[in-house]
Design a protein around this ligand. Structure first.
Ligand code: SIN
Length: 556
């Protein structure tokens, strides 16, 4: 059961602000879309807390792109599809790898982002699954922060752009399958306004908060995907939730990412005796694709009865380690750990949503005027497992493409505010008393235990029953961001669990202990849409992610 809107409303009674384009989210995808669009159009940028609280900002490793003398888009393509385990949409991957270098050059030359260099050339590093050094980085291990800062600097002086911080986007408003804007709640006053715009770009990041252990900021609750689903868009590949191998594992300390680039510079994963766990497991050893590394870590931890392993970075010369990874070095030191001397305790954590809202190569969703970009989107570039450091690149490449598509859409003209008079939504709401924070924590733990990296039918069914029992929450009218988040999390958790139950195989970051091998049949995407409150499901062949539409079945 998926309600069309989380709130009842009467558009005529809401404050209304009109723009040409509404961008929701302030990571690399949102900022770069807004920056380009505001050269020409009146743009509103909504962000849930402040501009800087995003997954982009804490991205450490960098941006992958074929910029090295020994590299090519073909090699980047091969590595991306190898990591994606047969589920990548090849046209989308070609778009990413061919256009990526141009977008990075623009970022440097037009936006003024500073990447680390050696002898006047980009200092490219290695990460898991890459056959070449192709990951550009900034300030050592603060790539996302440099990107955010440089994009934000350019953006804030633009008079055509209005930034709305602490605004929670509740729902996309549609008329006859066409997007006419969105409802946004001012988190400080609780007032809901109608942001009237003929085009909306969702750039709201992922859903790591569905899990108790995650590298994601607290805002990553899958709002964009749930909202798009409610508005009529298709969502796919949700079972491919990527776990990052190395999150800092210290008691009483929040999980924190230790970049894969540390392994790229020579660190290795060891157990408590110092044995290298990736030796003999994969030809790329510690730099195997993420799913392979996480799988071996989980297997080893289970065998040893331990909840963490170690990343030994003491093999890197101390001065180089401090200079190359200043943020990680400082963070660990503040937590009482000198990583130049002591191996770092690490364990896997939920990190990245490989699927999301289905889009074509121009970021268009199935709802006219609604675009999606970055982690929230499923362009098909990641398949069953994202190649490290392809995500910032995806945000840059596809935001550029949205901007190529947008003028033609806007020229057709949107619906005037007057034409929307009388529009609203009124549904019977449940009065169920729910302790939102408590249920959120239960949900996170349930997903961690039953729908984490290793899954089986028994665990997934337990999660399904838990979610089923709590579906009534979707009918409550919370009128608060924490309530909306919970509703979005339950919506997505249910789809993730449903797809994970259906996919009776192991592929990429979806590992079923009861189906440990890949199955030829499952070279398919699991696609969902909501219609009239019901969730429909379709299996789509690889290569046809945005096609299909002929074999919908009711899910459940
Ligand atoms: C990392 O620095 O390891 C994270 C990069 C990514 O997730 O692509």
């Amino acid at each position: 059961m998926v309600p069309r809107y989380l709130v009842n409303f009467d558009l005529d009674a809401l404050p209304c602000l009109s723009f040409d384009l509404l961008v929701i989210g302030s990571g690399v995808a949102g900022l770069s879309t807004a920056l380009r669009a505001a050269r020409r159009y009146r743009v509103a940028l909504l962000t849930k807390t402040t501009l800087t609280v995003t997954a982009t900002r804490i991205a450490q490793g960098g941006i992958a792109s074929a910029l090295g003398a020994d590299d090519s888009p073909e090699l980047h393509f091969q590595d991306t599809v190898a990591a994606g385990k047969g589920l990548c949409e090849e046209q989308a991957v070609w778009t990413l790898v061919r256009e990526g270098p141009m977008r990075i050059t623009e970022l440097i030359e037009e936006v003024g982002a500073h990447f680390d260099t050696v002898d006047g050339h980009l200092d490219l590093t290695l990460e898991g699954g890459h056959s070449r050094r192709r990951v550009a980085h900034a300030q050592g291990d603060a790539t996302g922060s440099e990107l955010e800062a440089s994009l934000t600097r350019r953006l804030l002086y633009n008079k055509r752009l209005d930034v709305f911080e602490n605004y929670y986007a509740v729902d996309i408003v549609t008329v006859d399958g066409r997007c006419v804007g969105a409802l946004g709640m001012d988190c400080l006053s609780g007032t809901i306004s109608f942001f009237h715009a003929p085009a909306v770009v969702l750039a709201m990041g992922g859903m790591g908060q569905l899990y108790a252990v995650t590298t994601n900021p607290v805002i990553c609750t899958g709002d964009g995907v749930s909202m798009a689903l409610r508005a009529g868009a298709e969502v796919a590949d949700l079972e491919f939730l990527q776990f990052h191998p190395t999150s800092l594992h210290l008691p009483e300390t929040p999980r924190w990412l230790i970049s894969e680039a540390v392994r790229g510079e020579g660190a290795v994963l060891v157990d408590h005796t110092g044995r290298r766990i990736m030796r003999g497991v994969h030809p790329m050893e510690d730099l195997a694709p993420r799913d392979v590394v996480v799988n071996e870590m989980v297997r080893t931890m289970k065998k040893l009865g331990r909840d963490h392993l170690f990343l030994d970075a003491t093999r890197i010369a101390p001065e180089k380690l401090k200079e190359r990874f200043p943020t990680i070095y400082r963070h660990c030191l503040e937590a009482g750990l000198d990583i130049t001397r002591t191996p770092i305790p690490v364990s896997p954590a939920a990190h990245y949503m490989s699927g999301g809202v289905v889009t074509d190569l121009n970021g268009r969703t199935a709802v006219k005027g609604l675009y999606a970009c970055g982690e929230v989107a499923c362009t098909g570039v990641h398949g069953a497992n994202r190649l490290a450091s392809n995500s910032l690149l995806e945000g840059l490449v596809f935001s550029w493409r949205i901007m190529q598509d947008l003028p033609a859409w806007l020229e057709r003209g949107g619906m005037a505010r007057k034409e929307l008079e009388g529009l609203g939504h009124k549904a019977k709401r449940s009065r169920l008393p729910v302790e939102v924070g408590l249920l959120r924590r239960f949900l996170q733990q349930m997903m961690q235990d039953c729908a984490g990296f290793r899954r089986s039918e028994d665990g997934l069914r337990e999660a399904w029953e838990f979610l089923d029992k709590n579906l009534e929450v979707l009918r409550v009218e919370y009128l608060s961001p924490s309530g909306f988040e919970l509703q979005n999390m339950i919506t997505l958790a249910r789809l993730l669990v449903s797809a994970a139950l259906l996919r009776e195989e192991s592929r990429g970051c979806h590992y079923r202990t009861d189906f440990p091998g890949e199955a030829e049949f499952w070279k398919r995407h699991v696609v969902f849409k909501a219609r009239g409150g019901r969730v429909m499901r379709e299996l789509r062949e690889v290569g046809d992610l945005t096609g299909g539409g002929y074999a919908w079945e009711e899910e459940g």
